[in-house]
Design a protein around this ligand. Structure first.
Ligand SMILES: C[S@@+](CC[C@H](N)C(=O)[O-])C[C@H]1O[C@@H](n2cnc3c(N)ncnc32)[C@H](O)[C@@H]1O
Length: 238
């Protein structure tokens, strides 16, 4: 595992996405659980971006404000009817922790990927302080935290994060690695991303201390070394 900043993570992921573009044809990217926006800028790369999301309000905002999707569907990652073996890249960021039956979604991703295509999964690491707190605290607390630390006044309203957290066991490094092995996906990158020096104002100053304290109180079972986990895995070439 490499520990990286969010900026370096995006650069690395862009590199993985670009590497899929060697055929000369536009690469097919599925953003599964696309929400209101994505974080990549891919100038010079020819690609088509398909957005899938359960939340019509978020998808409508994505279409009307960002307008960056080639096509989009309101649908569920667990049972959407997308073509088999179609996508060069499936990008799934901060979605699986909100899904009951997340393994169904992962099995669909494998089915929808072309042989040789890559799956990018980003999740809050369940053993990080943030993942631990997300699992242990109620939804209303998440909403308050987003409004206070991130100054997101619309947090919790339709179409806006945070979404209700389920956090099944599969949403962890160990279980995702087990899933990849079982489905002949080769892991090409594992990243531990971010630090607790984040948020705004006083939140930015006290969060690293709170994270350190929680880690110490759990004798290191819960860590503050990084926040989020990213796994990049390749489907076996045909
Ligand atoms: C925390 S947001 C992340 C959005 C975006 N991927 C990002 O990184 O900013 C979670 C998104 O997953 C969507 N979502 C949750 N459960 C879903 C499901 N079962 N099928 C499709 N989308 C889902 C939500 O509607 C929301 O847009």
């Amino acid at each position: 595992m490499r520990l990286v900043s969010y900026e370096d993570e995006l650069a690395l992921l862009e590199h993985h996405i670009r590497a899929q573009g060697s055929s000369g044809l536009p690469i097919q990217i599925l953003e599964a659980g696309c929400g209101r926006e994505w974080c990549f800028r891919l100038p010079g790369l020819s690609y088509e971006l398909t957005g899938l999301d359960l939340d019509p309000a978020a998808l409508e905002a994505r279409r009307s404000i960002k307008g960056d999707l080639t096509r989009s569907f309101v649908g569920d990652v667990r049972d959407a009817d997308l073509p088999k073996g179609h996508f060069d890249v499936i990008y799934n960021a901060f979605v699986l922790e909100h899904v009951e039956g997340a393994e169904l979604a992962l099995a669909n991703f494998v089915r929808w990927l072309k042989p040789g295509g890559i799956l990018i999964v980003r999740i809050p690491d369940r053993d990080s302080v943030q993942g631990f707190l997300a699992r242990m605290t109620p939804h209303w607390f998440h909403v308050l935290y987003y409004r206070w630390a991130w100054k997101m006044k619309d947090a919790g309203k339709p179409g806006f994060a945070p979404y209700r957290t389920i956090y099944e066991q599969i949403v962890s490094r160990k279980e995702l690695e087990r899933f990849c092995a079982k489905h002949a996906l080769t892991i090409v990158d594992v990243l531990g991303v971010g630090t607790y020096r984040r948020g705004h104002g006083i939140a930015r100053r006290i969060t690293p201390f709170v994270a350190r304290l929680i880690s110490a109180l759990t004798f290191g079972q819960i860590h503050d070394r990084f926040v989020d986990l990213t796994i990049v895995a390749r489907k076996q070439p045909g």
